[in-house]
Write a protein of this length. Structure first.
Length: 624
């Protein structure tokens, strides 16, 4: 990927998910130096959890698959979804223009990922609310689409940080808590962040807010989500969000006058996956919408359908609540599962989906008679044959017919989960953040991804989250490249008698602090801390061998070992930093997780990110 240089133009991206990474790569392609700040130990955010793919209308992949989709059809689907159950009540923030940008630039977004990062994205699925299959993923499988796409951008950015540390910097475990502005012009001059209990500042000519949404607030009293949707908060719903999704970027932008839109618009997804061993767990994995797109059907506790399985998310969730016959199951027969086999295998490996050899087995676990399940299948087949679905599902959307009892099935217990927040910072069609009072641009401030509001109206279509990240991340990147060309390359201005303290992260992990006052730089550059004394190299670790039986003894949250590809890892401390959440590791506490690990990770991940966790190797021929 070509990387230009524009002398003295530094931009700051806050948030290392797909939106922030898309903005960062677009900015560096435009010649800017980039500092990326993220409050977690690892980049990726919720983007890595996206399970279905990225939408695109009129793409090369669709053309090869003879799918007659267009941006206009996609836009019309988006508008229908956006109005949701509150038709005519869209906020007055040029939403339709944002939706048009999302739809009409979707193909370019997919092509940019394919061309710039070498991903296939050659398979498409039709998700709920879509007129055509347009949600792209790679047919080879191997990772969830969000993980595949986001990791590609992460690896490319980390490589640049190593190759050109004077231009590209990454600051992890750093929570942005204040935006710095010039008192005279009001333009953005930097970011203050907290790291290891201390505040630091870094200067820049522009800032992108890409900190994600606030869905994790359903787990925390006093959160932004509780303030804007106390009704949902009081329902004590589970969530698919990582703990970092607390709306930090929205709040610090509001502190300098940024407007917001639609903060009350919170999406409750219908298919969070319930682990039967942990029925009260409140952070759940999501059952990809593509499971229903490939033919999966939703059944109530009596084995009956109750809605159009491919309706929009708000429609399906609303019907689950209205119907009130939980527990609900998502069921795929062998023909449906074949088309999304990687997902099914992954969920089964995590113990949140189960394979059954016959319909009688499915009926048994549901607590119903086989005849009741057979009647549902027979009716479904008849609906397909006559194109007479009672819930309005077109026969052309059916998959896996005919459904028969003598078949293999994949079944999961699903429940509504807080998934996505449509509300966020008020932006225009170029990702500029607008003021709350006069709707004018805040010079040098941009937003993208879930931190931005209004792009999806009141309800988001599946597959449009990753798309929004790329489309508006790139918009932010392009806009700031144009903006910084107009800003003087000198240091940020400071009012007389005031001072700006700028902390500049260095490649070796140290930091340089510069104090700028209204009369210029005082003091001069000095390290924030004395250089560490030279210490003797640590002794090499003694590599011990363990049997799998010994590993199995370490199976609690306070003592958690996992075997991966012949190595034994002590994940007790690491699990709190794991991007997939603590439960992603606890599921395999005391076990060999190699098969499931290799489904979603490259084999170099342990050495790259968790080498300190290695405590030994698995003894050859060891078995439980």
């Amino acid at each position: 990927m070509p990387v230009a240089a524009m002398s003295g133009r530094t931009v700051i991206v806050v948030g290392g998910g797909l939106a922030g990474l898309s903005a960062a790569h677009t900015a560096l392609q435009g010649g800017c130096d980039v500092t990326l700040i993220d409050k977690e130990a690892f980049l990726g955010g919720n983007s890595t959890k996206a399970t279905s793919g990225i939408n695109g209308a009129g793409t090369n992949s669709q053309e090869k698959n003879k799918i007659p989709d267009t941006p206009q059809i996609f836009y019309e689907d988006t508008v229908r979804s956006a109005t949701g159950i509150k038709k005519g009540a869209l906020p007055d923030n040029a939403w339709y223009e944002l939706g048009k940008v999302l739809s009409y630039e979707s193909a370019d977004a997919v092509h940019w990922i394919q061309k710039s990062f070498g991903l296939a994205l050659d398979a498409t699925s039709r998700l709920g609310g879509h007129s055509y299959p347009r949600t792209h993923r790679s047919s080879s499988g191997g990772k969830f689409p969000g993980m595949e796409i986001t990791y590609a951008l992460i690896e490319a950015f980390e490589k640049l940080c190593k190759e050109q540390p004077n231009r590209f910097k990454l600051v992890n475990r750093a929570k942005a808590n204040k935006l710095l502005t010039c008192p005279q012009s009001g333009r953005i001059t930097g970011v203050q962040y907290e790291k290891k209990g201390q505040n630091h500042t870094v200067s820049g000519h522009a800032v992108v807010i890409a900190t994600g949404g606030y869905g994790a607030g359903c787990l925390k009293k006093g959160s932004l989500l509780e303030k804007v949707r106390k009704d949902l908060f009081d329902m004590t719903l589970p969530t698919t969000n990582g703990k970092h999704c607390t709306g930090d970027g929205i709040v610090i932008s509001q502190d300098i006058g940024a407007g917001t839109v639609g903060l009350e618009d919170v999406q409750v997804h219908p298919t969070g996956l319930v682990n039967p061993k942990l029925p009260n767990e409140r952070t759940l994995f999501l059952a990809a919408g593509a499971l229903r797109g490939e033919g999966g059907i939703l059944l109530d506790n009596e084995g009956n359908r109750f809605c159009n399985d491919l309706g929009t998310r708000d429609y399906v969730t609303g019907n689950m609540w209205k119907h009130n016959k939980a527990p609900y199951r998502l069921v795929l027969n062998s023909k449906c599962a074949k088309n999304i086999a990687w997902h099914c295998a992954h969920y089964c490996g995590r113990g949140i989906m189960f394979k059954y050899a016959h319909g009688n087995d499915v009926a048994k676990i549901m607590g119903i008679k086989p005849a009741a399940l057979k009647a549902t299948f027979d009716k479904y087949n008849e609906n397909y044959k006559n194109d007479s679905d009672p819930y309005g599902k077109p026969a052309s959307f059916y998959r896996g017919t005919p459904w028969v009892m003598d078949d293999e099935f994949f079944v999961a217990h699903v429940t509504p989960v807080v998934h996505y927040t449509m509300g966020g910072l008020l932006i225009d069609d170029k990702a500029n953040v607008l003021r709350a009072d006069n709707k004018q641009q805040i010079p040098g401030l941009y937003a993208a991804g879930e931190a931005a509001g209004g792009v999806h109206g009141r309800n988001r279509l599946g597959g449009s989250a990753l798309l929004e990240c790329v489309v508006f991340g790139r918009k932010a990147g392009k806009s700031l490249v144009d903006y910084v060309k107009t800003v003087k390359a000198d240091a940020p201005a400071a009012a007389a008698g005031s001072a700006v303290v700028i902390t500049i992260p260095q490649a070796d992990g140290t930091e340089i602090t510069v104090k700028i006052t209204g009369s210029g730089i005082s003091g001069g550059a000095a390290p924030t801390a004395p250089a560490p004394a030279v210490e003797a190299a640590p002794e090499a670790k003694t590599v011990k061998e363990y049997t799998l039986k010994e590993v199995a003894a370490h199976n609690t949250e306070s003592d958690c070992w996992v075997a991966v590809n012949g190595q034994v890892l002590d994940c007790t401390e690491f699990m709190n930093d794991h991007p997939g959440g603590k439960m992603a590791i606890m599921t395999f506490a005391g076990k060999d997780a190699s098969e499931e690990f290799n489904m979603v990770h490259d084999k170099n991940v342990v050495e790259k990110y968790a080498s300190d966790c290695i405590v030994g190797t698995v003894k050859p021929t060891s078995k439980l």
